[in-house]
Design a protein around this ligand. Sequence first.
Ligand code: PMT
Length: 398
Amino acid sequence: MIALRGRRIVLAVSGSIAAYKAVQIASDLFKAGALVDTILTAGALQFIQPLSFRAITHRLVASDLWDPHHPSGVLHVDLADFAEALLIAPATAHTLARLALGLADDLLGCVALSTHAPLVLAPAMESRMWLHPATQQHLAALRERGATIVEPGTGHLASGASGIGRMAEPATILGHLAAVLGRGGDLAGRHVVVTAGGTREPIDPVRYISNRSSGKQGYAIAEAARDRGARVTLITSAGLPPPPAVTAIPVESAEEMLAAVATACREADVLVMAAAVADYRVAAPAPEKIKKQDERLTLDLVKNPDILASVRGDFVRVGFAAETENLLANAAEKLRAKGLDLIVANDVSASDAGFAVDTNRVVFLSPDGVESLPLLSKREVADRILDRVVERLRARHA
Ligand code: PMT
């Protein structure tokens, strides 16, 4: 995860069976290039050993506020100063209560009171503890002070019961952490609207016309914008789970996508249309499943609205051009016809670019000229697009 590279994280683990997932979080953070110091509370030590974290992070793992061997003698202040973010995962009901009250009787409590770093909490507990008014009041107090709460999910709990209280998955927690670290990025205060996926145009209640778009490129743009501080609305017809800390609006057809884009763009700074919108839809979808009868079946198609061409306003508009021939000429014509700030042309007949793969090879066309990019990950393409967007936003402001 690019957003975590080189970032200084204090990962605090409190006493829950979900502590084993904190090892995965530490490992994911390390692989993403973050520098991770770890705090294990007394409760965490009942579930997990310091060595697990030390072996993964190759950095400090501490539990004892009074550690006589710490060189400076003020371990909590050193950790508080080091942290760009304090991530507590899992955060037990007891830990939430202590944080809300500002108790400073252990290392975590002292670091939490000493640091200016933002607090990201991933609670884990039994449903009744989560739903208890005391826990909810502590959560409200922490939220009011600016903490980010990564909501627990519903599922199998340690007691054997099923209910709310399962700690969120590591990828979700890291997505929220990336969003928090991205505050103050070059898209801070901006609202970025992104579309993704291939629209589905119904033939009857069980069949549809669509295309091979997976949504990967659009999701990468949404995540990159989030990690650069933007408020992101992702309008998606892809079946992928929504990225953490992004507002996702699921849609099916081009007409639904048009309505959602028009609404979102009423207060947008940027629109990036990465979706593969079907150019045609069935004029009159059958109300019941079409029966297999005749040798031939003819569908009457009508043109869909062109979303990008019709949604205009005082915001930066970026389109994609998916081509299998005459890439530059076709893209240049779309740039002109749709009045765009930038069009991202990709050859979707290539095996390593375009639909459903993790890489893309794109050419930027704008009123200022043409730039060919090498084969990049879709996330890298996303960041290069957003570099251009930031330039456009600055130019508009100047
Ligand atoms: O989703 P992935 O598997 O990651 O694949 C990524 C991608 C290949 C889908 C993506 O990189 C891409 O090229 N998206 C645009 C696909 C497309 O519909 O291209 P187009 O050349 O047909 O359309 C030009 C632009 O107009 C696009 O921005 C499109 O979103 C928009 N459009 C098209 C038709 C329409 N009715 N309304 C539109 O707004």
